[in-house]
Design a protein around this ligand. Sequence first.
Ligand SMILES: NC(=O)C1=CN([C@@H]2O[C@H](COP(=O)(O)OP(=O)(O)OC[C@H]3O[C@@H](n4cnc5c(N)ncnc54)[C@H](OP(=O)(O)O)[C@@H]3O)[C@@H](O)[C@H]2O)C=CC1
Ligand SMILES: O=C1O[C@H](COP(=O)(O)O)[C@@H](O)[C@H](O)[C@H]1O
Length: 490
Amino acid sequence: MSSQIIPVEPFDYVVFGGTGDLAERKLLPALYHRQLAGQLTEPTRIIGASRTAMTNEEYRNYTLAALKEHLKAEELEETEVANFLARIHYVSVDAKSDQGWDDLKKLLDTGKDIVRAFYLAVSPSIFGDIADKIRDHKLITKSTRIVVEKPIGRDLASAQALNDTIGKVFKEEQIFRIDHYLGKETVQNLMALRFANALYEPLWNSAHIDHVQITVAESVGLEGRVTYYDKAGALRDMVQNHILQLLCLVAMEAPSSLDAEAVRDEKLKVLRSLKPITDGNVEKQTVRGQYRAGASAGGPVNGYQDELGAASDTETFVAIKAEINNWRWAGVPFYLRTGKRLATRMSEIVIAFKPIPHSIFGESAGRIEANKLVIRLQPDEGVKQWLMIKDPGPGGMRLRHVSLDMSFAQAFDVRNPDAYERLLMDVIRSNQTLFMRRDEVEAAWNWVDPILKGWEEIGQKAQGYTSGTWGPSQAIALIERDGRTWHEND
Ligand SMILES: NC(=O)C1=CN([C@@H]2O[C@H](COP(=O)(O)OP(=O)(O)OC[C@H]3O[C@@H](n4cnc5c(N)ncnc54)[C@H](OP(=O)(O)O)[C@@H]3O)[C@@H](O)[C@H]2O)C=CC1
Ligand SMILES: O=C1O[C@H](COP(=O)(O)O)[C@@H](O)[C@H](O)[C@H]1O
């Protein structure tokens, strides 16, 4: 089964930070995949831009090396690779001086009538410089967009300042704030599951749902992003953006359509309904953790501070009991957790339904488990609905908890595209549905800021946990205090 690929109109994608990690690992491979899928049309160009001096030829070799490193050999079809490399250009540009900007303008002027996208795959500290240079060198055409990577700020004030800086040069409808989780297939499927089926929506509220769990577990550690991560920590790195976006998709009302404003209006209402976690309850409702030496699938691993080479209290794990103050969700806790160097790489959303009100089965039938809907985001994307059924056979009424499984890999014989593939093309299509609007980002910080402040004020320390486990024991206590348990990997 395959879905139809609709080509996009020709574009110039200028990737500031074209020699950086994100471009190498994600952006160039994603754009190549779109070439392979037949989605790129003539005269599309991809223009790397950063300070390093390089010729077009050298950047094509860099791109080829990135494709070889990050894609499977069978994906590198000779003709497609050659066609893709022909689209690649490079301009040495410094965000902080006038170096290279005239060259960039000259190159872009040869594609004046096509869509122009500027991707800021650079440190946020130079977003403002780049936006100003784009304006000063008159690089904005009537079909220009700008793509902004996370982190958008480190608190509400800095996010507002960053949004102001970019907003001085670009209109909101030209600004695409990436949250790559929104580009993941299963995350979009969450909307399909909720709003393309009549089955769940009547049950999707506090009358029928006991609680929700959102877990984004990583088995990797710092992965070289030491300087950034130690200043950020798990709350800023994962919760403020990805996890809150997942929470919004679970909790929002049905938007009137898939239109960007309709969807983002509904997400915003959820963010604004989150009950603040402030000094008084921050200790009870949040857990900070940091990995210590332990094991990963590849063998023994160092602790966070050994990797960092310095003492640090930055959290690499966070668990939170969040609550939403509205009619649909009053009294339904959302347990959130994310961390690095956990037992396995696994992201999932668990909708835990309430138990049946009365059992007609005797004790011999066994324990009746409450229904659960498990939406697996990665790996092994799919959906499992846990139900009670009768154990087959003549041995009387014995009940069993079993799952109806829908594995996407088995149901659809297609490659699961990387999130960036979808998002990069949505920018060209000018579709902002899967991008964050300014007010959403700021509403998310508005909820996160008091937690950060609370941690500082009460001096809440990161609890050590052994690498390769599920985080500090306090995270288990957080949910068990409420008579519930984290869903086990099955
Ligand atoms: N890497 C990842 O997995 C992710 C990254 N991000 C975000 O993406 C952005 C880029 O991250 P990443 O690729 O890891 O960073 P890197 O440090 O690997 O790359 C930074 C890039 O910026 C360029 N650069 C630095 N200074 C200037 C300047 N003055 N003018 C022009 N170009 C400059 C560098 O090239 P040169 O030195 O040649 O100028 C380099 O290409 C960051 O905001 C990060 O938070 C977000 C999610 C994931
Ligand atoms: O944005 C980020 O996401 C990655 C995890 O993304 P995934 O697609 O691999 O689940 C995380 O490792 C990184 O710290 C964070 O900045």
